[in-house]
Design a protein around this ligand. Structure first.
Ligand SMILES: Nc1ncnc2c1ncn2[C@@H]1O[C@H](COP(=O)(O)OP(=O)(O)OP(=O)(O)O)[C@@H](O)[C@H]1O
Ligand SMILES: [Mg+2]
Length: 294
């Protein structure tokens, strides 16, 4: 029997109210709704322990979708259930946020204190959790993101990747079941991104449900399932292999085709019998195997 979904969207649409003064005046004159459609009839579910990647061109609705999971936004139409709780119920907002924690693009904008451990403690302190428990939560969260030795440092002196790992620790200290990351590597170098990728992988291996929004195809490749968004809809979904092998569709959706897929295709055209590979590591293994069997 499949377990119930930990995140469920049922026919969810969301419209941003257009705050532009001139536009508002014009719209009032025209007697039409002044709003921007950002989500348009989204239905999806995420199973407990699943690692889901959300990709899509700029403005396709990824961040808007993410903010619905932890009740930062509530649907204009439809229903979102997080850990079985209806995000539209104002009485449930804090419980929902304790189940689903979110990490954003810019680590500097998420840091609030001048000592790493204090920053990680900030969330649990606001929940009035007993001091002893906070200390053990902070230790364990920093350990999970490989930042324990930086507990007493000033976050301002850390690299972008280290800061982002501290932000993840801050979310972990709230002991969520779902970790939502909205382009956590967008402002990092490749080394910083690798560190985040490793930490997220390990957390997921430990049972954490992960929803990762990313522009980096190699990050989406390590997910269990990929959703491709376009104009507020899910345009394509499936395992990384199913999604990334649809080269033509990806191009139509303004998405780049991963290098490993293009390379496998070029090798096939030259008569080298490699299957369509998604992960570069798989392609490398296959090439080594072919070479050994020559
Ligand atoms: N505060 C806002 N007010 C009005 N429209 C908005 C607002 N934020 C986003 N939008 C619009 O909603 C749509 C979806 O935006 P969203 O930020 O969710 O996309 P995204 O896929 O996260 O984009 P990006 O890759 O640039 O982060 C876009 O058309 C965007 O212009
Ligand atoms: Mg976004």
């Amino acid at each position: 029997m499949t377990p119930p979904a930990i995140v469920e969207f049922r026919d969810v649409s969301y419209r941003y109210k257009d705050a532009g003064q001139n536009r508002q005046a014009k719209v009032d004159r025209e007697q039409t709704a002044a709003s921007v459609s950002a989500l348009d009839g989204i239905t999806l579910d995420v199973k407990p322990g699943e690692f889901v990647a959300v990709i899509g061109h700029n403005g396709s609705g990824k961040s808007t979708l993410a903010k619905h999971i932890n009740a930062l936004f509530t649907p204009s139409q439809g229903t979102v259930l997080t850990a079985g709780l209806d995000t539209s119920d104002p009485d449930l907002v804090f419980t929902i946020r304790s189940h689903a924690g979110m990490v954003f693009q810019n680590p500097d904008a998420q840091m609030v204190t001048s000592i790493v451990a204090d920053d990680v403690a900030f969330g649990p302190e606001n929940l009035a959790i007993p001091h002893e428990q906070i200390i053990s939560r902070v230790d364990s969260a920093l350990d999970s993101v490989k930042m324990a030795e930086f507990a007493d440092r000033n976050p301002a002196h850390l690299s972008g990747g280290q800061k982002q790992r501290v932000c993840i620790a801050g979310v972990l200290a709230m002991q969520p079941d779902i970790l939502i990351l909205d382009e956590p590597g967008a402002m990092l170098d490749s080394r910083g991104r690798r560190g985040i990728r490793r930490v997220v992988r390990e957390l997921n291996d430990g049972g954490m449900t992960v929803v990762l929004i990313t522009h980096f195809m190699e990050e989406a490749m390590s997910a269990d399932r990929v959703f491709v968004m376009s104009a507020g809809r899910i345009a394509l979904q499936g395992t990384p292999k199913q999604v990334f092998s649809q080269k033509q569709r990806l191009r139509e959706l303004k998405m780049e085709v991963p290098f490993s897929i293009l390379l496998a295709e070029a090798l096939q055209q030259r008569g080298i019998a490699v299957p369509n590979m998604v992960k570069p590591s798989e392609l490398k293994e296959e090439l080594c195997r072919l070479r050994l069997s020559e």
